[in-house]
Design a protein around this ligand. Structure first.
Ligand code: NAP
Ligand code: MG
Length: 499
């Protein structure tokens, strides 16, 4: 595999955006960071710096929060009808679809991910979600409540937007994670300060351009690029922010909680995972093998719901593992911007080193290398899809989130569900899980017993704009998508009228 000059693969629209000077989007204006600082943006396929974005810090966060506050408290947004708000959110969805190829290219360049996945996954999901959430704008309502103890009141509830929202997102699905947060917040009538990850800031800035083009009032949506420790921390701690929504590591999620203490802002967290996939002896290999491969290797395993732990019944283990090896070894590794690529680079040198160190630790702990494990190519951060077998529950590769294309495998020989479900649930996380079997009764029983926010039966990744998504245990607080996401961005007020 060779890594050609990646930028030459960009279409005209994406190339035009890359060539532009990048600014923060605050209060409907494009401005540099207050102190003029910038951050380098790297191409993970080559390691080369190809762009700079402003390095926003606490002073920029202050300006953005003030703009969001004004837009929330008064002005056109505060007085807009739900129908008009919904139309704007729908229009934003249309603009995202109109520019889908460009957005997919920017994401593939910035993050390294396969452009075909970015187009059909990240970006397509995002415009569908914007339209789905646009529909909620006009359907958010309270209830009339018959009072239980006979007080002479007519009582009802109002469901109101929570206010100014700080939204902090990671690099693995930068655009889609931003839209997961932005879409319900806008539909609910909130205002936003978004802080994208330092590694992948481009699509959030392009999203701000589309927000501007859609015609949202100034200050409703603001973007501050910058580092987590400065800009992110200032946003999470800001006394004038009413809610913080975070996706990223469990470790930083706990810091967000600490930062939110000061004004007890509302907090929702989408954190790490170590999701199990259980394959019983009666599973259909033709279904299970591609689903498992996609479960772990999609987005190079840099997916919070990645199926990272495979528990396979010994009677079917050879068939499944042989199939997975063939699948892994024939995946097309290359630059993200090549439409044929299925495995791009990891996002950064840091992530490459981290994942490689886990593979080494797994082998030192006694796991066997079944396939992959090596760097691919000579530049950029490419790692072969990797499978480790004979793993045990105390190994770090089994306990900790690797966030790379590394599947850890253990076999079991009990046909009952209790022991293997107990093993699958033996994790501090609880984001997703899946079971492969042709026995309907067993599938339902396992689905009920897995401690996970999302369970797949004969599939692994299960997401849809209408389906709640989030974690049990240390995988997070709250659910995004569906009406649950509207609940995250609204508060309930009870009103009683003395009769
Ligand atoms: P991370 O550090 O949790 O970053 C997520 C976001 O939080 C980024 O925008 C980051 O900013 C920001 N941030 C970092 N420190 C912060 C702080 N003290 N206050 C406020 N915001 C802060 O994740 P990462 O560094 O990208 O990756 C580390 C590991 O996290 C990965 O290897 C993986 O295990 C896990 N991870 C999980 C998910 C998930 O969806 N569950 C996603 C990404 C990563 P900057 O990065 O811009 O500095
Ligand atoms: Mg970081």
């Amino acid at each position: 595999m060779n890594a050609p000059v990646t930028l030459k693969r960009l279409g005209a629209d994406a190339a035009r955006f890359v060539a532009k000077e990048k600014k923060l989007y605050i209060g409907g204006k494009w401005v540099p960071a207050a102190d003029g600082g910038t951050i380098e943006v790297l191409d993970p396929a080559t390691g080369a710096v190809f762009n700079r974005v402003p390095e926003g810090k606490a002073a920029d966060i202050d300006l953005a929060v003030a703009a969001a506050r004004r837009a929330f408290d008064d002005g056109p947004w505060a007085n807009m009808t739900p129908a008009d708000r919904g139309k704007l959110v729908w229009k934003l969805g249309d603009l995202v679809e109109k520019h889908a190829d460009e957005l997919a290219e920017l994401e593939a360049l910035d993050n390294g991910k396969p452009v075909t996945d970015a187009r059909n996954g990240d970006v397509a999901f995002s415009y569908e979600l914007l339209r789905y959430m646009a529909g909620w704008s006009t359907k958010i309502c309270g209830q009339t409540i018959p009072l239980s103890a006979g007080a002479p009141f007519h009582a009802y509830t109002l469901r109101e937007p929570v206010g100014v929202c700080g939204q902090i997102v990671p690099w693995n699905f930068s655009f889609m994670m931003a839209v997961w947060k932005v879409a319900p917040a806008l539909a609910a009538g909130c205002t936003i300060v978004l802080k994208p990850a330092e590694q992948t800031p481009l699509t959030a800035l392009r999203l701000a351009e589309l927000v501007e083009e859609a015609g949202f009032p100034a200050g409703v949506f603001n973007v501050v690029t910058g580092y987590g420790e400065t800009a992110g921390a200032a946003l999470a701690a800001h006394p004038d922010v009413d809610k913080v929504a975070f996706t990223g590591s469990t470790e930083v999620g706990k810091k967000i909680l600490d930062a939110a203490r000061g004004n007890l802002k509302k907090v929702s967290l989408e954190l790490g995972g170590k999701s199990p996939m259980i394959v019983f002896a009666d599973a259909d290999p033709a279904v299970a093998i591609p689903a498992i491969a996609y479960g772990i290797f999609y987005n190079m395993g840099q997916t919070c719901t990645a199926g990272t732990r495979l528990y396979v019944h010994k009677d079917i283990a050879d068939t499944i593992l042989t199939g997975l090896k063939t699948f892994a070894e024939t995946m097309s590794i290359g630059v993200g911007l090549d439409p044929k690529t299925q495995i791009g680079p990891l996002v950064s040198q840091e992530q490459f080193d981290r994942v490689s160190a886990y593979v080494k630790a797994g082998l030192a702990d006694g796991a066997k290398l079944y396939c992959g494990g090596n760097r691919a190519g000579t530049e950029g951060y490419f790692l072969e899809p990797t499978i480790l077998t004979e793993t045990t529950s105390e190994m770090s590769v089994v306990k900790e989130e690797i966030f790379g294309p590394v599947l850890v495998v253990a076999t079991f020989d009990d046909d009952g569900i209790d022991a293997i479900v107990k093993e699958a649930n033996n994790s501090i996380y609880g984001l997703a899980g899946s079971v492969f079997t042709r026995d309907v009764s067993r599938a339902h029983k396992v689905a009920k017993k897995l401690k996970a926010g999302t369970v797949g039966v004969n599939t692994h990744h299960v997401i849809d704009p209408a389906l709640p998504f989030g974690g049990f245990n240390q995988s997070g607080w709250g659910r995004e998508q569906g009406y649950e996401a509207i609940l995250l961005y609204t508060e309930v007020k009870s009103v009683g009228i003395a009769l």
